[in-house]
Design a protein around this ligand. Structure first.
Ligand code: ADP
Ligand code: GN1
Ligand code: MG
Length: 378
């Protein structure tokens, strides 16, 4: 096993029956270290997810875990109430440690958690069909609808200002000023593009400040590989990666689906001629999302659905760019210039969405029958 962690010992801290057989790195997330571990349970192989939570990024893992316990317990309760026979496949299920906690701290201070492995379902880095896009958006919409009613106190903000685009812009300006990795000169064209976009980066935060866009409980990381789709039916099975579930704006969630699903190529594609916005996929996303979110979204939110894709694509682009300039300290990178490549695809997409905004707005208008909807000029 090619890992610096002793997964057998880590697994032993959790209340898992059977004998540890093997653990292998799993998935393509940029933040946590995720392993699929197999245990022999009286002759049957059963898999679990062991995951190291990135505590450089998440400053309070106990607070983050408190959020996840509240959200997953609520999901489970609601699923059971509605007669769902496979609740442990439809919501993440945490496995406690042998001493009854939700995470284990190893000797090096790392935080580990364990989930039941959701079998017969997969995540997709690039969506292939309109059907997959529609189902994935339906899944995220249903998740938002469910957690909107989460009882109790406001959830912890696991990363403050996570989707505050102007704050992200300031972080970028700081990175340009510092030039810690001496890369500013290599990213001149991208930096120039950012400065052109500065006038519109604050639109959602401003609309929220004016009381036009409501705060809700949102997922905040709705990239397409954070929803598992059934391998056979393609139905949404489970929304995963709940580290950033916290107060936020529904539009950023929809926008991130648009960013990741409409992209014709992987997020880090180097050949930009392969990166474009697939309008048929956008149409499918709008249809899928509205099928579950239509009855709670306010007209002001619906009015901004098309722009949401452009704004978050730009926001993630500036985060990749800032990380490139800071010397790759946040996102996992697997090659030289990886964050700059990711930034370039994002800016290519954002530009294209800007160019095709009317078409995208027409698609949203076509999908709703609500005559009083008027596109805001924010
Ligand atoms: P990251 O924050 O690093 O993106 P994720 O929680 O999204 O971490 O997990 C990384 C990948 O691991 C996911 O994209 C998914 O493919 C897989 N994964 C995560 N949890 C489960 C689970 N409970 N069952 C099966 N696969 C999972
Ligand atoms: C990270 O964890 P993962 O890989 O699902 C990031 C998101 C970015 C995304 C870009 C906590 O998501 O915000 O949009 O990479 N998560 C965090 O691919 O920063
Ligand atoms: Mg993820």
């Amino acid at each position: 096993m090619n890992t610096k962690f002793d997964l057998r010992a880590i697994g032993n801290a959790f209340a898992i029956h059977g004998d540890f057989s093997a653990a292998v790195p799993h998935g393509s997330g940029h933040i946590n270290d995720t392993f699929a571990a197999t245990y022999n349970q009286a002759g049957r192989a059963v898999r679990y997810i062991h995951q190291r939570v990135n505590h450089n990024i998440f400053k309070s893992v106990p607070a983050l875990m408190e959020n996840i316990v509240r959200v997953t317990e609520y999901q489970r309760e609601k699923l059971i109430e509605t007669g769902e026979p496979a609740a442990s496949r439809r919501a993440l299920s945490l496995v406690p440690t042998r001493d009854g906690k939700w995470f284990h701290r190893d000797a090096d201070g790392n935080f580990w958690r364990t989930y039941l492995f959701i079998e017969g379902a997969s995540t997709h880095d690039v969506i292939e069909t309109e059907g997959q896009a529609e189902k994935a958006a339906q899944g995220f919409g249903a998740f938002q609808k469910l957690v909107a009613a989460l009882p109790g106190e406001r959830l912890h903000e696991t990363i403050p200002d996570f989707h505050n685009t102007p704050a992200r812009f300031s972080q970028l300006e700081l990175a340009i000023g510092k030039d810690a990795a001496h890369r500013v000169a290599k990213a001149k064209a991208e930096i120039d593009f950012c400065m052109e976009c500065k006038p519109w980066v604050g639109r959602f935060i401003e609309l929220n400040r004016r009381g036009v866009l409501p705060e809700r409980v949102t997922h905040n990381d709705t990239k397409l590989n954070n929803v598992m789709l059934d391998d056979k039916t393609h139905e949404p099975v489970c929304v995963i990666d709940l580290d950033t579930v916290m107060p936020g704006l529904a539009l950023y969630d929809f926008g991130d689906m648009v960013r990741t699903a409409t992209n014709s190529a992987p997020e880090d594609e180097r050949d930009l001629t392969k990166t474009f916005v697939r309008m048929n996929i956008f149409r499918a996303l709008v249809r899928g999302y509205l099928s579950t979110a239509r009855d709670f979204l306010e007209p002001a939110e619906i009015n901004q659905l098309a722009f949401a894709g452009q704004l978050i694509t730009f926001e993630i682009g500036i985060r990749f760019l800032a990380d490139y300039l800071n010397g790759d300290v946040y996102f996992k990178v697997h090659r030289e210039g990886h964050n700059l490549d990711r930034c370039r695809t994002q800016f290519q997409l954002a530009r294209e969405m800007q160019r095709r905004m009317e078409e995208m707005e027409d698609i949203v208008r076509g999908a709703i029958s609500n005559a009083e909807t008027v596109i805001l000029t924010a």
